[in-house]
Design a protein around this ligand. Structure first.
Ligand code: COA
Length: 261
């Protein structure tokens, strides 16, 4: 029997989603894109949904070495546009999830792999990780959001340089430009990202969800509109049981027991 292209494990409130095509360095063909989309849809409607998710790649070498070049090479323009749309829908799905999605980049994150990591809330990298947008080497440009999200993450000057040159950055260089939050010894990556995910999962889930939404949607709005989004979300949380519990627990000097209500 063929192994599934995407594996989903649950570690208490944390879901771990693993792209499982290691013989092709987890390259994103349409089947993998569909399987990832299905996996995240299932998490969204989970009963209960996770409070945090981790996205990583199977094997020791790659997170994702890009969109599948063998599958892509013969695409007609309309098919390539549709493939780009599929990648964008997946990125939007990760961003719309009410729980943070952390990228655990365990090796190559090139092209679509770097773009997928950028659609996650933030990135932790193995000390063996490599990042880049090498599409210009293939005569194309990033198609899964790289021309847009990379600049928003690291600044447009750095993003332009990476996209125009196709240069590959090692983990330390990626840390230096703020593409990744931390670099971790390879063997410790999963444990470290699980620790961060569990810490997030222990907080008020409605608060984390609202923080994610406001920080994402506000980033492209003008400051007054963005601050209005914040005020609305802040106010809304005062109708939640978690707000009452969180503040009561502080004042009673005990640990809060959040329910997500
Ligand atoms: N699309 C399709 N197949 C890919 C792939 C991709 N993006 N990246 C790697 N693979 C496949 C290789 O063709 C090879 O398959 P094979 O064993 O059937 O020949 C297998 O994965 C292993 O890759 P290989 O190139 O042998 O590994 P390596 O360690 O020598 O090199 C890379 C690793 C990442 C440097 C190299 O695979 C590479 O440059 N990949 C393409 C990166 C890229 O341009 N991505 C952007 C795409 S838009």
């Amino acid at each position: 029997m063929e192994s599934p292209l995407v594996l989903v494990e649950h570690d208490g409130p944390v879901a771990v989603v693993t792209i499982n095509r290691p013989d092709k360095l987890n390259a994103l063909n349409l089947a993998v894109l569909r399987a990832l989309t299905t996996a995240f849809h299932a998490l969204l409607v989970g009963e209960p949904p996770p409070r945090a998710a981790i996205l990583t790649g199977a094997g020791d070498k790659a997170f994702v070495a890009g969109a599948d070049i063998a599958e892509m090479r013969a695409l007609a323009p309309a098919q390539a546009k549709a493939m780009s749309d599929t990648g964008h829908r997946l990125g939007a799905l990760l961003e719309a999830a009410p729980f943070p999605v952390l990228a655990a980049v365990n090796g190559f994150a090139l092209g679509g792999g770097c773009e997928l990591a950028l659609a996650c809330d933030f990135i932790y990298a193995s000390d063996r990780a490599k990042f880049g947008q090498p599409e210009v080497n293939l005569g194309v440009i990033p198609g899964f959001g790289g021309t847009q999200r990379l600049g928003r993450r690291v600044g447009v000057g750095r993003a332009r340089e990476l996209v125009y040159t196709g240069d590959i950055l090692d983990a330390q260089a990626a840390l230096g430009i703020g593409l990744v939050n931390a670099v971790v010894p390879h063997a410790e990556l999963r444990a470290k990202v699980l620790e961060v995910a569990h810490k997030i999962a222990s907080k008020g889930p409605l608060a984390v969800a609202q923080a994610k939404r406001v920080m994402l949607r506000g980033a492209d709005a003008d400051l007054a509109v963005a601050n209005e989004l914040e005020a609305q979300a802040f106010g809304g949380l005062f109708g939640s049981a978690d707000q009452r519990e969180g503040m009561a627990a502080f004042l009673e000097k005990r640990k809060a027991a959040f329910t997500g209500g």
